[in-house]
Design a protein around this ligand. Structure first.
Ligand code: AHR
Length: 489
């Protein structure tokens, strides 16, 4: 590898390290929200342990309330005194009662506690233009108006600042089963009434394609590009088949390691192909590709509600995260945001809870190690290592990304995707006088190593010293299935 530490290639948008929290299973309820009367230590109903853990990974942006839930959510059900809020059925996710105790006010309070930018996803599928328009007015209008007055009656005097707003979710599927032509027109119509009040300028995100539906991107860009700031893309890494069996999070055959990593790597091709269509209509790259759902999706853990999508998280997930984040960094000229699904207790989570207990997953540790890339300057890094076959894909055995942070430190994140081979290579650092190098590594012996409530620190980052510097040429030896962060000063 050759790193040109004096050649910068633009900023890595910190929002690439974004997250997603849906009213699904135990993500919002129990994960974030326990209510003020809970015995679980909380501040105004929100768990203290979770807030503290998430603050440590510097969440830049949080998407809410869905997902599929967004296109069934009627925001007025979730405001006012909690005891009066409507109880509804969460038809998408387990058919359980949604008591609407976590609504708009609670979401903004959570974002404030986390120090994160809110990203609200509106309802196109079952909502109206008026409903969406009034939600934006409720949240962001400061003057005298019916919605602004209602917000004040509900205890929030000042309008909130809201930048990111999604106009529908997966409108090709759970968000209304629409064809792209139809959604493009609806998008144009709905977004017209998503107003910028005062100096609150909204970044409008159109619902984008599923996986490789390039026609969706083509039609949306052709028909609606001038009306959008971002276009979403959803892609999940599934080792098996979505309908016939996705595979287990922990109990998987060895060959599923390669298949999973290869399928995670597939997002590179998707970004490049959707990106090429976007380039045709937006060569200046004004419109952000917003990968607002990504991550691993397995069969639910045995004995859990199939509609809750609860899955464990292993070193394999950590590698999926690390490989994906390196790819997003590398395409940061187009990828302006990504939101891993989903923060707590659902799919590829950062945190798992069991009532008052909480554990951090291997994926959490990757986000903690990689936070140094947020808003840092991407550096030119040339990677030429072994090419390996990972399931259906060929890829470099070691993937990498490098950036220079505001404090001048150079950070390189490296992933050795092999399940059983170490990776030995040289990293030639040019354009930088090295005084110190520090390393951290996340790795494990077993392919399915993970943290449990009984053994919460089984997988966690350790110091990494397996490198030798000889005049700026580092000889690095990475263990199999590992993620390394090198920080050079
Ligand atoms: O993240 C789970 C679901 O996956 C989301 O609700 C939906 O948008 C996607 O299909």
């Amino acid at each position: 590898m050759v790193l040109n530490a004096d050649v910068t290639q633009g900023k890595i948008n910190k929002n690439i390290y974004g997250h997603f929290a849906e009213h699904l299973g135990r993500c919002i309820y129990e994960g974030f929200w326990v209510g003020e009367d809970s015995e679980i230590p909380n501040t105004n109903g929100i768990r203290n342990d979770v807030v503290e853990a998430l603050r440590n990974i510097d969440i830049p942006v949080l998407r809410w309330p869905g997902g599929c839930f967004a296109d069934e959510y009627h925001w007025q059900d979730g405001i006012g005194p909690r005891e009066n809020r409507k109880r509804m059925v969460n038809t998408h996710w387990g058919g359980v009662i949604e008591n609407n105790h976590f609504g708009t006010h609670e979401f903004f309070m959570l974002c404030e506690m986390l120090g994160t930018e809110p990203y609200v996803n509106g309802n196109v599928g079952s909502g109206t233009v008026q409903e969406m328009s009034e939600w934006v007015e409720y949240m962001t209008f400061d003057g005298e108006s019916p919605m602004s007055n209602l917000r004040k009656e509900n205890g929030q005097e000042d309008a909130w600042k809201l930048k990111y707003f999604g106009v529908g979710n997966e409108n090709w599927g759970c968000g209304g089963n629409m064809r792209p032509q139809y959604y493009a027109d609806l998008y144009r119509r709905f977004q017209t009434y998503v107003r910028n009040y005062g100096d609150n300028k909204i970044f409008r995100i159109a619902g984008g394609a599923n996986v490789d539906d390039y026609n969706w991107t083509e039609v949306l860009m052709r028909e609606a590009a001038p009306f959008m700031d971002g276009l979403s893309l959803h892609y999940y890494t599934i080792p098996g088949d979505f309908w016939l069996g996705k595979g287990s999070a922990t109990n998987f055959p060895e060959e599923e390691w390669d298949i999973t990593i290869g399928r995670a790597y597939h997002i590179k091709e998707l970004i490049e192909k959707h990106g090429a269509i976007m380039d045709k209509y937006d060569p200046e790259k004004r419109i952000g590709m917003i990968i607002d759902e990504w991550g691993t999706w397995y069969d639910v853990e045995e004995g859990t509600n199939p509609g809750f999508l609860y899955q464990q998280n292993t070193i394999r997930d950590a590698l999926v995260a690390a490989v994906s984040l390196n790819i997003f960094n590398d395409h940061s000229d187009r990828v302006q945001m990504a939101n891993i699904a989903q923060t707590i207790n659902v799919l590829q989570s950062m945190i798992l809870t069991d009532k008052e207990k909480m554990i951090l997953t291997p994926t959490y540790h990757v986000f903690e190690m990689y936070k140094v890339h947020q808003d840092a300057e991407k550096l030119a890094l040339h990677v030429d290592t072994n090419v390996v076959k990972m399931g259906e894909k060929e890829m470099s055995q070691v993937t990498a990304s490098a950036s220079k942070a505001a404090d001048g430190k150079v950070n390189i994140t490296l992933v050795n995707v092999s399940k059983d081979e170490d990776a030995e290579f040289t990293l030639d650092v040019r354009g930088l006088d090295i005084s110190t190098i520090k390393g951290r590594v996340l790795t494990a012996g077993e392919l399915d190593a993970h943290n449990t409530f009984e053994n919460p620190e089984n997988v966690k980052p350790e110091e990494f010293t397996s490198f030798q510097d000889s005049d700026g040429e580092l000889a690095v030896k990475m263990p199999s299935k590992s993620v390394v962060l090198l920080t050079i000063e």
